[in-house]
Every structure is written in C-alpha cells, then in structure tokens.
Write a protein that binds this ligand. Sequence first.
Ligand SMILES: NC(=O)c1ccc[n+]([C@@H]2O[C@H](COP(=O)([O-])OP(=O)(O)OC[C@H]3O[C@@H](n4cnc5c(N)ncnc54)[C@H](OP(=O)(O)O)[C@@H]3O)[C@@H](O)[C@H]2O)c1
Length: 298
Amino acid sequence: MSQNNQPTLLVTGSSGHLGRRVIELLLEAQAGTIIAATRSPEKLADLRQRGVIVRQADFDKPDSLAEAFAGVDRLLLISTDALGEPGLRLRQHRTAVKAAAEANVSHVVYTSLINPGPDSPVLFAPDHHGTETALAASKLNWTILRNNLYADILPASLSRAMQMGQLFSAAGEGKTAYVTREDCARAAAAALASSFNGRRTLDITGSEALSQTDLAAIATRIAGKPVTYIPLELEVLIENMVAAGLPHPLAETYASIDTAIAQGKCSTVSNAVEELTGRKPTPVAEFLDTQRDALLPA
Ligand SMILES: NC(=O)c1ccc[n+]([C@@H]2O[C@H](COP(=O)([O-])OP(=O)(O)OC[C@H]3O[C@@H](n4cnc5c(N)ncnc54)[C@H](OP(=O)(O)O)[C@@H]3O)[C@@H](O)[C@H]2O)c1
C-alpha cells in the first residue's frame, strides 16, 4: 500500500488498446498509484505527464520484470498478441506470473478467453488455459476475466458483408455474446481497483448471444440493403482466407474461432460486466451504430 492507503496498481501492455484505456479509467477513478508497464515507455510520455509512473516491462526479458513489478499490490496481466510462434505466448505469460509471485504482488487480474479449457477448438486457447493453470499453481490470488470475443472485431467482416450482400462464416447456427473492448476495459479496471483478494473466475460477455443470422439482420438495417448469411464449411472458409492473402496458419487460427462459435463455446452470457462496473454492457447493435464510418466507407 502507498502512504495514502491506496493500492499501487500496475497494468502490463499499457500501450495496447486495452491497456491504455484501462489506465485512463484508473486515472478517472483516482484508483491509487498507477504504474503503466510497457515494452515502449516512449509511447506513454503523455501519461507520465499526468502522474502515471511508466516502467519498462517485456515478458520476453524476464530480468526486466523484478524491477518493473517492485512494490505493486495489484497487477493487471494483459494477454499478449504473440500468436505467430507456437508456445511463445504461454511462455511469456508464465514468466509474468512467476515474476508477479516473486515480487510479492498480492492480486493478479488476467485477461483470459471465454471457455478456454482443453476441449476448446480455438487454436490459441491453450495459451489461456495454461496461464490459468499457472496462476492456480502459484501462491497468488487472482481474478481471471474470461473475455468473450470483442464486438470490435465485427466491423471488418461486416463491412465486407455489406459490400457483397453476403456474410460468410463457418460458425453454423452458433451464437456469440460479443462484448466491446470498452466494456472489457471497464471490467478490468474495476477488477484491478477492487478490494477483492481471493480467487475468482468471471465470464466477461455481452448481455445477449447473437447468431450470424442476427448479425446479418443488423448489417441489413445499417446498410439499408439485404445482407444474407451464407454458412460455409470450415475448409472452404480457410481456402477463402488464404486466397485473400492470409498465411495458412493464421487462416486456420481465425477459422478455429468459428468452430468454437459453432460448438456453442462463445454463447455464454453473464452479468459480470454490470456487477463489476455498475453498467450494463453495450449491445452489439448499439456499438455497430457507432461504427458507421468503418462499416460504410465512402
Ligand atoms: N477477446 C477478443 O476478441 C480479443 C481480440 C483481440 C485481442 N485479444 C487479446 O486481448 C489483448 C489486449 O487486446 P488489445 O486490443 O489491447 O490488443 P493490442 O492493442 O494488439 O495490444 C497487444 C498487447 O500485447 C502486449 N504485448 C505484446 N508483446 C508483449 C511482451 N513481450 N511483453 C509484454 N506485453 C506484450 C502489448 O504491450 P506493449 O506494446 O505496451 O508492451 C499490448 O498490450 C491482446 O493482446 C490479445 O491477447 C482479445
């Protein structure tokens, strides 16, 4: 605890979209002493001017972490984006968990994935399951936030669908309780700033689960012309992505998310966002209405 009896809070990955927003929310809430940890401190000069302590932390450099995590009470571990090299991301997260325990951090909040267990078909789910396992095996207390798919990933595919009048997916009739990154940031900031210090796992989801047909209906309304859902076989979806220029392994990774949706792994709806933040999650249709510039480029 700092002198004014408020906790010292650290956010890893603070120059990423989620991390930066969490820092902003912590500043607004005057939640305590705030440390922004990042590989690129130079990107956070503006935060430093606003009283945030900025520290260098790179999970690929374990030696950097003892200094980075020193004196921290509660730490938000933001999962990295290292999907290119198999095994790397889990190694990074295990390094961070070990360093947090060694630095005597009392509570770690971790951004996991919805239903990341061994039966998940999502190719990167083992990173999250492995990190959850590492937290469980550590001496740390923790809050695991199992984030559902971001609604923020939708404009890219729906914009294409609006141009073509067809929404392609291998998600079958499966549903997803998409959640905005803003709601994930609010949930993470609230969990970090809270006084909870046991162990808990929370599903961070939107308030309704939508099918591809539902998304096509929203796209139809926003475009003002019909958008029809066209279900694809998984292999066809992968072939299409490769034909569009995506490397095969990445296409397989993205397609595995469709399989998870088809299997119902993303349909979980919880009220954790509201319980943590006091505010209901933003409905997908409302979020997409704010994204018209991305959805309907001139
Ligand atoms: N649920 C979903 O649909 C969904 C969608 C996209 C991403 N995600 C996950 O959520 C995370 C945050 O999302 P975002 O939108 O903020 O992604 P983003 O803007 O791409 O940020 C990537 C994050 O990874 C961090 N990072 C990368 N390599 C690192 C390393 N060696 N050591 C420490 N940190 C490292 C970056 O931190 P610095 O650059 O500041 O060091 C940054 O915070 C992503 O990294 C990904 O794991 C979830």
